[in-house]
Design a protein. Structure first.
Length: 347
């Protein structure tokens, strides 16, 4: 193993960069300009990465991870860079799947979608609604966020109440049927609900896969009582690891347990997601309220009407837009108040 030199101002031309450039089907960019571009996301954080790999194929992702492991370099996957808490900033090799790994297929009869990690959320919704289907989790950055990124941070969004009321649940993890994932050690597996028959099959296969599952089950057994007693029971809990999904009554769903882990456990290579019947007729009510606290209080009454979307905003954003002399015609449509609750219904 050639040790990675972290003291260099520029990793361009390092042994790792040369190995990646030689063996990877895709772009390998370790220059200072690229590293600066990838040093931040939609958050206030900044961390200069070691370099960037933009793979053209899944095999290239696997090869990149193997080379980073050989050279002792940390890795993380980046989607659209829309994270608000610095999830895609780190001193590591960035694997950017958004440019090429955009596979998308809709199975109308099964009401499922098969996606690549770089598939843009808006593309999924457009393809699904063309088939009379829809996908509930819908961040405000849906025109640029990727499904890999949504799986990384377990996204919800304005239309998450749609899937809470009419589908599996409000979080991206609730829609996961199966994940195609890769560990840092190079183990590729299909992570899904795991019944006793599947556990027996994995056990009989032996090897590293069986060891991984045994360790997960040991973790579950050790902390099962605490998981049941202490994990917050709320529909939009997205921070931390989804340990409750490892429980038997949750189907021991390895895939859903991995959602939200932000490359700390696996790299997502693909996913099979559940869809729901669409509600193509939409109507939006915008309610003007005295302050954001009133909007929060009104949200409970709005949710009782089972909307497909519900979101609040206060006047901080509106004041900034007015100060920039933007969208004045649109702002004129807002009712009076200092906070607004947007409630969308569908049929």
């Amino acid at each position: 193993m050639v040790p990675l030199r972290r003291d260099r101002a520029d990793h361009d031309g390092s042994p790792l960069a040369r190995a990646l450039a030689r063996e990877i089907d895709g772009e390998v960019r370790f220059d200072r300009g690229t590293r600066a571009l990838y040093a931040t996301d939609a958050s206030n954080y900044r961390q200069v990465p070691i370099g960037v790999v933009v793979p053209r194929t899944i095999d290239a992702v696997i090869a990149a991870v193997a080379l980073c492991r050989e050279h002792g370099a940390p890795i993380f996957a980046r989607g659209g860079g829309t994270s608000l808490a610095g999830q895609t900033c780190n001193e590591a090799v960035v694997i950017d799947c958004s440019r090429h790994l955009t596979r998308l297929a809709i199975d109308r009869d099964a009401a499922t979608a098969t996606v690549g990690p770089g598939t843009i959320m808006k593309s999924l919704r457009a393809a699904a609604t063309a088939q009379g289907l829809d996908f509930g989790p819908d961040p405000s950055t849906s025109d640029r966020c990727t499904l890999g990124g949504m799986l990384g941070n377990n996204s919800c969004g304005v239309h998450s109440v749609f899937s809470e009321f009419y589908g599996p649940g409000p979080r991206t993890s609730d829609h996961v049927i199966e994940l195609d994932v890769l560990t840092y050690r190079g183990q590729r597996l299909r992570a899904r609900a795991t019944d006793a028959l599947e556990l027996r099959r994995v056990h009989d296969l032996g090897g590293e896969l069986a060891t991984t599952y045994h360790r997960l089950l040991a973790l579950r057994e050790r902390y099962q009582a605490l998981i049941r007693a202490r994990f917050p029971d709320m529909p939009r809990r997205v921070s931390g690891y989804n340990l409750p999904d490892l429980l038997d009554d949750a189907g021991c769903h390895i895939g859903r347990a991995l959602v939200g882990s932000e490359s700390t456990c696996v790299i997502v290579l693909g996913a099979t997601l559940s869809l729901m019947p669409a509600k193509p007729a939409r109507a939006l009510a915008v309610l003007g309220l005295p302050d954001i606290y009133s909007a929060a209080e009104a949200a409970n009454a709005a949710r009782a009407l089972r909307p497909v979307g519900c979101e609040a905003m206060d006047d901080v954003l509106i004041r900034r837009i007015r100060a920039q002399h933007r969208a004045q015609d649109a702002l004129a449509l807002l009712p009076g108040g200092h906070a607004w609750l947007m409630v969308e219904h569908g049929g």
